[in-house]
Design a protein around this ligand. Structure first.
Ligand SMILES: *Cc1c(COP(=O)(O)O)cnc(C)c1O
Length: 377
């Protein structure tokens, strides 16, 4: 079986470092926040090119606290994309604000910047672009629109560790960037984790308070806060993994380039890399009008695939109350019907890449000549 990702293979490559890091925390017994989390925050901020990073217990908590730090609340509107993991919109709803969706660009699958201004109302307070699958949204026009309308930009960078927009790292461009360290993300904890990056000491200070019950001084609650603290063990693990992230990312990028060669001209649409992007391929997504048949054919050959995401957020039952119907965002709806994620992880071998590509070519009816030449290699 070729899995979509293989965390056991990753563990084997860093086992001794990771084991030592966990034992260090068991011995120092700093289980919540503590020195490992503080050190990780410094190192991760440096990696992102941001002044500060604040560690929290999930990407969802990172988004929620970034919105709260920006003062978003009931009556406000936040513009985002419907083609994302549900957390982007859910966290807007947590604050009492309303998510206002803008359709996506068919090439990048990220928010269509040409449609943002039409969605701005007197209630709009923020824009939340999502760097989907590891490719940054088109940030220059977004920042320009935000400046002209006095809006805060909160990057959902949960899939974009190390991704770059015109040479700037995801999470360092908007007022705040929100990362997830869910195990399957490019930088994953051994459990839940997240962080907010920012260049603003004010936002960082507020988020540090909000993640720990709104306190600065123990048992004095200046803000209505949360228990969103990062665990010490996760901080220690993330420090180890951060040291490998660039090598892993280059591995993913090499695999994506190889898929590009192997799947060239075979009738499926490959991920489009925008000229401003360093794509980090958290997800390698192809598109096919015959997606479900393609998926079944790969399944028959024991190749695992994923669909991120089969239903855009505006069509999710839980968000029907927002009042969007089918047809509201046709580009997102078409993408949801066509996307298919292929296995990609740094430890994948070239023969595995060839096997996946050969199966895709065969199932999509591409010429057999290339398939057999792939098999002969
Ligand atoms: C994973 C993810 C989140 C949520 O992160 P968690 O750590 O799972 O809470 C938010 N937004 C996007 C785009 C994600 O992919």
């Amino acid at each position: 079986m070729i899995p979509l990702l293989d965390l056991k293979a990753q563990y084997q490559t860093i086992k001794s470092e990771l084991d030592a890091a966990v034992i260090r925390v068991l011995e120092n017994a700093q289980f919540i926040l503590g020195p490992e989390v503080a050190a990780f925050e410094k190192e991760f901020a440096g990696y992102c090119g941001a002044a500060e990073a604040v560690g929290v217990n999930s990407g969802t908590s990172a988004l929620h606290l970034a919105l709260l730090a920006a003062g978003i609340g009931p009556g406000d509107e936040v513009i985002t994309t419907p083609f994302t993991f549900v957390a982007s919109a859910a966290t807007i709803v947590y604050t009492g604000a309303r998510p206002v969706f803008v359709d996506i660009d068919p090439a990048s699958l990220n928010i269509d910047v040409t449609r943002i201004e039409a969605a701005i109302t007197p209630r709009t307070r923020a824009i939340m672009p999502v760097h989907l699958f590891g490719q940054p949204a088109d940030m220059d026009p977004i920042m320009d629109i935000a400046r002209r309308h006095g809006l805060v930009v909160i990057e959902d960078a949960a899939q974009a560790h190390g991704a770059e927009y015109k040479g700037r790292r995801a999470g360092s461009i908007g007022e705040m960037g929100c990362f997830s360290f869910y195990p399957g993300k490019n930088l994953g904890a051994c459990g839940e984790g997240g962080a907010v990056t920012t260049n603003s000491t004010e936002y960082a200070h507020k988020i540090r308070m909000l993640r720990d019950w709104g306190t600065e001084k123990k048992y004095v609650h200046e803000l209505k806060g949360y228990n969103y603290r990062m665990e010490g063990i996760q901080g220690a693990i993330l420090r180890v993994k951060l040291r490998h992230l660039e090598a892993w990312t280059e591995g993913r990028r090499a695999h994506a380039a190889r898929y590009g060669e192997l799947l060239d001209d075979c009738g499926v649409r490959l991920p489009e890399v925008m000229p401003y992007s360093r794509h980090v391929y958290t997800v390698y997504t192809i598109r096919s009008a015959d997606r479900d048949a393609l998926r079944a054919a790969l399944q028959d050959r024991e190749i695992q695939t994923g669909i991120h995401y089969p239903l855009p957020v505006h069509l999710q039952p839980a968000y029907a109350d927002l009042g969007y119907g089918r047809g509201a965002f046709p580009v997102a709806e078409e993408a949801a019907a066509q996307v298919l994620a292929l296995p990609i992880y740094p430890e994948m071998s070239d023969s595995q890449l060839q096997e996946v590509a050969a199966a895709v070519r065969l199932a999509s009816g591409a010429d057999d000549r290339l398939v057999s030449s792939v098999n002969l290699r």
